[in-house]
Every structure is written in structure tokens, then in C-alpha cells.
Design a protein around this ligand. Sequence first.
Ligand SMILES: [Zn+2]
Length: 77
Amino acid sequence: MESRLLDILVCPLCKSPLRHDRRQKELICRADRLAFPIRDGVPIMLESEARELNATEAAPAAATESDSAGAGSTTQP
Ligand SMILES: [Zn+2]
């Protein structure tokens, strides 16, 4: 259905696949740390419309291919 369409969308900047955040209704590019809004079911693939992710949001939820854990950015209480 719609989610299928969203699944194949890629970032207009870096061309990497976007993550669909259903709760926030956004398409997330972790590489660019941008969130593209989805309005009325239509993804707005414009850099000017994208929201910048904060550090927490940009952090990978699960372990990705990070070989060297040198990022000491996780400062959550
Ligand atoms: Zn990107």
C-alpha cells in the first residue's frame, strides 16, 4: 500500500534509502540527518522543507555497521 511507496523512496541529496517514521510522519535520512515531512500522505522531498534531526534522533536505533565504536555521543539520563 502506501508504505510500499514510501519504502522505496530515497534521499534527494545522498540517494540512500529513507526510513519511514510512521509516528512522526516523516522520512528520515540518517546520513544527512534530515527528516522530510509527509503531508496528507505525500512525502515532501525538498531539502528546504526538511527538518534537521537532533543528536538523539539521528543516532542509530539498532546497531548498524559501525566497526569502531568511537562515538561518545550517547548521553541519555
Ligand atoms: Zn540523505
